[in-house]
Ligand binder design. Structure first.
Ligand code: NAP
Ligand code: GLV
Length: 308
């Protein structure tokens, strides 16, 4: 029985050290070194190797090293293989930090002040209280809920949108396509924390932006393919949207000359909002292996029919 890791090799070295300390009975290999392929029971990867059923006939669990799973083709994996995503405390904490930073940056007009500084322009704009800035989150999952919990402490009026109906204290909850416009019309800062699926691809488009009130802004931390880049640029140029913090794009990295690089109303980061932390990820992986062996429910098990 062995564990195979196929992702960033620097973090892989940390996984090796953690496995040696916490699960010395499980032989650990870093791709492309696999040991005996017949022995591989557990595989963790950002993108799995092709033909995993043929290569690793005794594989029992596949772990995505990311919280998202759209970076690989779910349908290409053996249908009976459980796929577990990394909804681990480290990735959650990172997203709470980033989304809070981004919401506060837009709330306090940071893109404007960064631009003014470049122009040596000392100009103050009115400060609005958090209680007057309505923040809505697309996606009420592990990350969306954690972000809302933090934003609540800052006093923002909160709303959130999911596929199925949720109830979250202090959050106006909306569900399904039909209720989305009602939430958008009362949103000043919109945070996208959706998984990328056939239903959510391209959701951040000109139609969605038109439902937001004039002057609203966007924090995009979901996946690049949620966002229509040209629609965002058009909405910012028209003054309909006032600013955006964008962490994910399609493609990544953006090509030279792309309008996001130098846009005065966009703060751009290179998909770093949150990263899986080896210490907490290995804890979760080992807990899931124990659960798997005991026949208990797995934490972060992907629902193949929903696609997330
Ligand atoms: P999650 O726990 O699976 O939650 C997903 C949420 O989205 C759920 O509330 C779900 O609704 C909702 N949703 C899915 N499809 C929908 C649809 N068609 N309409 C309305 N709501 C829909 O996921 P998570 O752990 O919070 O992670 C969310 C995403 O964040 C990941 O998939 C990944 O793409 C992204 N992410 C980005 C970074 C980064 O660094 N930028 C890091 C980690 C993750 P239900 O509640 O009804 O199921
Ligand atoms: C990062 O984007 C992740 O999905 O964990």
């Amino acid at each position: 029985m062995s564990f195979l890791y196929k992702a960033d090799p620097v973090r892989g070295a940390e996984w090796t050290r953690l496995f040696a300390a916490k699960a010395p009975d499980i032989p650990f290999h870093i791709w492309p070194e696999t040991g005996s392929a017949d022995d591989v029971r557990y595989l963790a990867a950002w993108v799995p190797p092709q033909d995993i059923a043929q290569r690793f006939p005794n594989l029992e669990l596949f772990f995505s090293t990311g919280a998202g799973i759209d970076q690989f083709d779910l349908a290409a994996l053996p249908p009976e293989l459980p796929v577990v995503r990394m909804a681990e405390p480290g990735v959650v904490a990172g997203m709470v930090e980033y989304a809070t930073m981004a919401v506060l940056a837009l709330h306090r007009d940071l893109p404007t002040y960064i631009w003014q500084q470049r122009q040596a322009n000392w100009a103050a704009h009115r400060v609005h209280p958090a209680s007057k800035r309505r923040v809505s989150v697309l996606g009420l999952g592990v990350l969306g809920c954690a972000v809302l919990n933090q934003l609540r402490t800052l006093g923002f009026p909160l709303a959130g949108w999911s596929r199925t109906r949720r109830e979250i204290e202090g959050v106006a909850c909306y569900a399904g396509q039909a209720e989305l416009p009602a939430m958008l019309t009362s949103t000043d800062i919109l945070v996208c924390l959706l998984p990328l699926t056939q239903e959510t691809r391209g959701i951040l488009d000109s139609t969605l932006f038109q439902h937001l009130p004039r002057g609203a802004s966007l924090v995009h931390v979901g996946r690049g393919a949620h966002l229509d880049h040209q629609a965002l640029v058009d909405a910012l140029e028209a003054g309909w949207l006032s600013g955006a913090v964008v962490d994910v794009t399609d493609p990544e990295p953006l090509p030279a000359g792309h309008p996001f690089w130098a846009h005065p109303k966009i703060l751009l980061t290179p998909h770093i909002a949150s990263m899986t932390q080896p210490e907490t990820a290995v804890e979760l992986v080992l807990d899931n292996i124990r659960r798997h062996e005991a026949g208990e429910p797995l934490i972060g098990l992907v629902d193949r029919t929903r696609g997330y």
